[in-house]
Design a protein around this ligand. Sequence first.
Ligand code: NDP
Length: 483
Amino acid sequence: MTLQPPASHFVAGAFREDAAGEAIPVIYPATGEEIARVHAATPAILEEALAAAAAAQPAWAALRPVERGRVLTRAAWLIRERAEELARLETLDTGKPISETRVADWPSCADALEFFGGLAATISGEMIPLGGDWAYTMRVPLGVTVGIGAWNYPTQTAAWKAAPALACGNTMVFKPSELTPLGALRLAGILAEAGAPPGVFSVVQGRGDVGAALAGDARVRKVALTGSVPTGRKVYRLAAEGMRRATLELGGKSPLVIFADADLDAAVGGAMLGNFYSSGQVCSNGTRVFVERSVETEFLARLAARTAAIRIGDPLDESTTFGPLISEAQREKVLGYIAAGRAEGARLVIGGGVPQRPGFYVEPTVFADVTDDMTIAREEIFGPVMCVLAFDTEEEVIARANATEFGLSAGVFTRDLARAHRVIGRIAAGSCWINSYNLTPVEVPFGGTKMSGLGHENGRSAIEHWTEVKTVYVGQGGVDAPW
Ligand code: NDP
């Protein structure tokens, strides 16, 4: 099986290669086989990409917004026409089952392009009357921007950044995770096909040093990162040096609170979605599942039965509902956390092992009797490991839910609507759900608080993160000077 792209990078409107860069094998996580090989960007490729982005930006920004929007909308339709081929690409790049990549990854990418393509022509300022004189504001593009992505939703991450950036008149150089270089590269080709001029959206490959070179470049006015908290700190520092804007979508250890009056089957479904989708490699996962003590036994019984029915298998088989982790290193990390859970006294309800098949699989795993101080309850695992913690009162569970440095997401399951809003209102998290979990439609802003990040993506308000306000005072009469 091979999926070799035309070249490693897409720069200034064309696929570009520079074999002098470090060779990076692309591994299909379900088998461990190499399906492609790319090269990390050399300084020459980075220079080309940044220079092209800087050269293209003024003309891109000067287009009528409706014309910029049309390019994005056209790209959305090209993606929809090629849905099946792109789902397969995403599955091979990430190992995620095709049953997921058909509905989640490129479809979300198309939604973002369509949504921000439509918004492009609505971006405007305001007129401020001053009793004779007046002022107006404009929302102007930032200029050259940089996107840096993680490996769990590589194409969606690229589109959630590129679509609003481009809609607002910015240009972007994007660096995917070196583990999943293929999706963003394909997106660059599709955007060009849809009419994006050379330099408007470029993709360069590489590891953290390439990301750092981009984030620290003097031409760059904004950096948008999806990644871990330690990387977020580094990128934020680099951005601060040049007074660049930054949007940081980082990790989490989010609470999912299930009250005794909840629809228990829906709550089990929510907990499974929030822990096992994409084999648990989702930043907003509700990995601390707080269950009211009176329903804990019943919750665990239903959860175990449904978890046992998960179909672990070949991601290209449409009946598979659970695939491998991204890499051997990630599997080792997750297995280390499972070992820590056992060692620290959590009760293994189901899973914990490694399926007998090639690839980087770990079984969907549920621990009960988890306490707040255990390693598995404190640290982001980024794998299919659910921690169930019992609670007795609303006040107690709110305090425990908030006892974390993270603040990405939270969920509440209850039939008591007043309680649902009260509890979610008191949990410090950026993206929350009531009687649902992990749905992230592009119309809704998404982002975290505390150590989980800065700013947000998606929704109409993303425009604020990809433009800046410029004000113009307009004098209507003479100038009243005191001299
Ligand atoms: P990392 O933080 O390791 O990497 C993220 C990206 O940053 C990668 O492209 C990486 O390159 C790059 N990078 C690494 N070091 C630097 C640096 N010094 N300067 C600039 N760029 C750098 O995250 P993972 O890829 O391991 O992804 C998992 C993490 O992402 C989890 O913590 C998860 O919670 C978070 N995440 C957050 C989401 C959100 O929206 N809040 C969504 C999805 C994931 P390379 O990988 O090539 O080294």
